[in-house]
Design a protein around this ligand. Structure first.
Ligand SMILES: Cc1cc2nc3c(=O)[nH]c(=O)nc-3n(C[C@H](O)[C@H](O)[C@H](O)COP(=O)(O)OP(=O)(O)OC[C@H]3O[C@@H](n4cnc5c(N)ncnc54)[C@H](O)[C@@H]3O)c2cc1C
Length: 467
């Protein structure tokens, strides 16, 4: 007898135009860290919102799991179905047009499958900036960025993806289309369903298009590596820079000694900015839409910070090439970590004022396990820290027991400091237990009620986010 799941897929094939089907190739079977694997699936590649609506409506009638798939760069397994049925994986890559740019409104209307970097390059031709900046920009898609509410290095100035979105077009689990491609900066009518969809990781529908904010491109940028005596000084420096530069701070990144050492050791860069590698440094980036001699101002204000003992030393980018080299080093840190081989990667957030407490507590607890060290770096300007743990003697990083012990330690510390154990990547399939343990009962039951009401057949990305 034919397996019931296969029977449903056969029926779906009868209903849909064969041109919508594509090959379920290897790229759809795993995710960047290889923690989740999909064995079987059918791949659909719609070109229009109407195609998406038709596919979802048939899947709903047949009760086939639907897995939205963007660039596949998600790090919590949300794009990889691991359940018992054969899912319909819907890749948005053909739904990738930029529908409209309105310079007067500072808005762009873009389809979900547009790759982030392509959107950035496109708006740059109109002298505009789309400020979401993440290392996966060459592959991830706007729909995936919205579904995970992606962060990155410019959150301090421009906010998360949520803050960049004014309106959405979404195919709901029954196949109906909710068109709310709003171009309004102010709109207090009704419930804000857009913000329910953003960060919902494909469990409430498929985002097919969005109206996103764009900004004037800075005409001056200034960048420096500044070494700091300790983490408290880094936080005080941030405050000092805020007083002097206000909203011109585009990024404020923490870099540890281990980060500098790893990028050099792995040969990813040949030189690091300081002759003697400091214990801690920050990479500060400023941008102005008008001419104010930003570089000179940065040097001057850093001099004042030096006399206040907030910094120990500074290296300033004197050319655009040097600026890019400075950023290149920062962006290569995750790859260096990967090559060195971490045991556990944690992407956490705590209130900015509690960052040094978090690092102090985490270092102390990790030290108790023996033979371990951490590389701590990231977006201290918004309280988001990467805390990756390594074996001192370079032992195999594939140690699930130790990994879960480390995660448990970090999770408890983060909770005690009222932080989040998933600052950027969402919940996916990986972090459901942590969600369950960190939120109260009413919050969890409300998620279940929303999901049950909007998707009674539980077809949209089952296994993700819902505790
Ligand atoms: C090298 C690297 C660096 C990264 N850096 C960052 C970073 O700095 N900040 C950060 O936030 N993340 C980062 N990430 C994680 C990842 O890039 C982001 O989560 C990104 O937003 C995912 O987009 P995607 O298109 O690849 O989505 P996918 O991986 O395809 O999907 C992610 C989730 O969104 C759902 N989804 C995808 N498209 C849609 C849609 N159209 N409608 C509804 N649901 C959808 C999927 O079902 C899945 O649950 C990084 C990843 C890598 C590999």
């Amino acid at each position: 007898m034919q397996n019931p799941s296969r029977k449903k897929i056969a029926k779906l094939r009868e209903k849909l135009n064969p041109s919508l089907f594509s090959e379920f190739s290897d790229r759809y079977k795993s995710e960047p860290r290889g923690q989740f694997k999909a064995s079987e699936g059918i791949l659909l590649a719609p070109e229009t919102t109407r195609d998406v609506a038709e596919i979802v409506s048939h899947c709903n009638a047949l009760k086939i799991p639907v897995i939205p798939y963007g660039g596949g760069t998600g790090l919590v397994g949300g794009q990889i179905y691991t359940g018992p049925e054969i899912p319909a994986v819907i890749s948005l890559h053909k739904l990738n047009k930029i529908r409209d740019i309105s310079v007067a409104d500072n808005l762009v209307t873009v389809e979900a499958g547009c790759i982030l970097q392509e959107l950035q390059e496109h708006v740059a031709q109109s002298n505009l900036l789309f400020p979401l900046s993440i290392a996966s920009k060459g592959s991830c898609q706007i729909g995936g960025n919205l579904a995970t509410n992606a962060g990155g290095v410019h959150v301090i100035r421009y906010g998360n993806t949520r803050d960049l979105c004014l309106g959405l077009e979404v195919v709901l689990p029954d196949g109906s289309v909710m068109n709310n491609l709003n171009s309004l900066y102010k709109d207090n009518q009704g419930l804000d369903l857009k913000n329910l969809m953003i960060g919902s990781e494909g469990i409430l529908g498929i985002i097919t298009a969005a109206t996103m904010k764009v900004f004037p491109k800075p005409v001056e940028e200034a960048t420096a590596y500044l070494s700091v005596p300790d983490l408290d000084s880094a936080i005080m420096l941030l405050q000092f820079f805020r007083e002097n530069f206000g909203g011109l701070i585009s990024a404020f990144e923490l870099i540890s000694k281990a980060s500098f050492q790893f990028v050099k050791k792995t040969g990813l860069v040949t030189r690091v900015p300081f002759e003697t590698t400091p214990k801690w440094a920050v990479l500060v980036d400023l941008g102005s839409e008008f001419h104010i001699d930003l570089h000179e101002r940065l040097v001057e204000v850093s001099g004042q910070a030096l006399s206040k003992k907030l910094i120990l030393d500074g290296v300033f980018a004197n050319s655009e090439k040097q600026r890019l080299d400075f950023w290149n080093l920062r962006e290569l840190i995750p790859e260096a970590n990967r090559r060195i081989g971490y045991i556990a990667a944690n992407n956490i957030s705590v209130p900015i004022s509690k960052i040094s407490k978090f690092v102090e507590m985490a270092d102390a607890e990790i030290a108790k396990l023996g033979g371990l060290t951490a590389n701590c770096f990231g977006h201290i300007g918004d309280g988001n820290i990467h805390y990756n743990v390594f074996g001192l003697s370079g032992e195999s990083h594939d140690n699930p027991e130790l990994k879960s012990k480390i995660r448990e330690i970090i999770f408890s510390i983060v909770n005690s400091l009222e932080g989040s154990s998933s600052a950027e990547h969402g919940t996916g399939r990986l972090r459901i237990n942590e969600l369950r343990r960190s939120r109260d009962k009413t919050y969890l039951s409300t998620i279940r009620k929303i999901k049950g009401t909007m998707d009674p057949n539980n077809i949209m990305n089952p296994g993700v986010l819902v505790p």
